[in-house]
Design a protein around this ligand. Structure first.
Ligand SMILES: [Zn+2]
Length: 335
């Protein structure tokens, strides 16, 4: 089945049955991509191709309602990365234009390792962006999935974040993710050297394989300026591990819109993990299909995992509210 961008009745019914009583009325989304198709050079990612051509703040809010129906949602916005290193300027300008429409919104800058530091500082202030979103597409090697952190986030970026009190949302690479010695070294080193920087490791420190995540968390030492967002994580163990090792006040809700709107899930497999989407020929094997339906939206799978973990850990209403709002408000100095 080809990928489709749509909300189905069974998605809404799943939310009503399982999540309506769990998700608070006000949500801060720490991980929201805003894009404009015309700003991409080829190749346009497949999901960008089938989605809305211009993701304005209004379009984002209309669509985030698929997984957070009726909620007041504000966010930390940043561009969607290109698969090849192209010009960042139009993507950053687009986010900046949308950001001004959200009084509680914050934005991060799509940064290249080779950017001029002084220009970036001025440009971010001009655009109203108060953080960085580095991407591995700028790592200067063919196997970018093996890039070490300084290859896509050289030291001037955390240094600048430290000087200005800005945040960084980092998607770490390499097969063992947080358990990788190089990743652990650079995260610890940057956090220690630049304590005024807020470092947010997205997707539970890319904890799609929770066994790697736990191995890494055991050696991380819990720096005080380190956070995770839980975006698109569908395995409950990764969420549980982040809360256990970092504490409830360092774990933040994020959707990863548009990945939240993929239909499928992801799960650990041995010492790796896999993403499953609806285009794959496996859903016919689903046991007890919901009204003959297949997978739901990844963003709903993520909320189901969060609810299960919070329930098992007996998180209080205040802790759940903090996960969805107050932790973000504190980290991003929302007033
Ligand atoms: Zn993302």
């Amino acid at each position: 089945m080809p990928l489709k961008w749509e909300l189905r009745q069974e998605d809404s019914e799943l939310f009503a049955a399982e999540l309506e009583d769990f998700v608070p009325q006000r949500v801060f989304d720490m991980h929201a991509h805003l894009w404009r198709k015309a700003n991409f050079t080829d190749p346009v990612p497949e999901y960008v191709e089938i989605g809305p051509s211009e993701v304005t703040l209004e379009v984002y809010r209309e669509h985030i309602n698929w997984i957070l129906p009726g909620r007041e949602v504000h966010g930390l916005y940043f561009p969607f990365p290109e698969t090849i290193p192209n010009a960042t300027e139009p993507h950053n300008a687009w986010v900046s234009q949308q950001l001004v429409k959200d009084p509680f919104g914050r934005g991060q800058f799509y940064v290249r390792p080779t950017d001029d530091h002084d220009f970036v500082r001025q440009e971010m202030k001009r655009l109203g962006l108060r953080g960085f979103k580095p991407f591995n597409c700028f790592a200067d090697r063919p196997d970018r999935e093996n890039a070490e952190i300084p290859e896509y986030m050289p030291e001037w970026i955390p240094k600048l974040a430290h000087e200005e009190g800005w945040s960084i949302t980092l998607h770490i690479q390499r097969a063992r993710s947080l358990a990788d010695p190089s990743n652990l070294h650079w995260i610890r080193s940057y956090c220690k050297t630049y304590p005024n920087m807020t470092l947010i490791l997205d997707h539970c420190a890319r904890g799609f394989n929770p066994y790697h995540l736990i191995a890494g968390l055991e050696h991380l030492g819990n720096p005080g300026n380190l956070y995770v967002d839980t975006s698109v994580i569908c395995n409950p163990l990764a969420i549980w591990a982040c809360i256990k090792y970092l504490g409830t006040d360092r774990v933040l809700y994020g959707s990863d819109f548009y990945c939240s709107h993929l239909r499928g899930t992801n799960l650990p497999v041995a010492d790796s993990f896999i993403w499953l989407d609806e285009s794959m020929d496996i859903w016919k094997f689903l046991a007890y299909p919901r009204q003959n339906a297949g997978p739901t939206l990844v963003g709903l799978e993520n909320l189901l995992a969060l609810k299960a973990v919070f329930h098992m850990l007996k998180l209080t209403d205040n802790e759940i509210e903090a996960f969805f709002w107050s932790n973000a408000a504190r980290v991003l100095n929302l007033t």
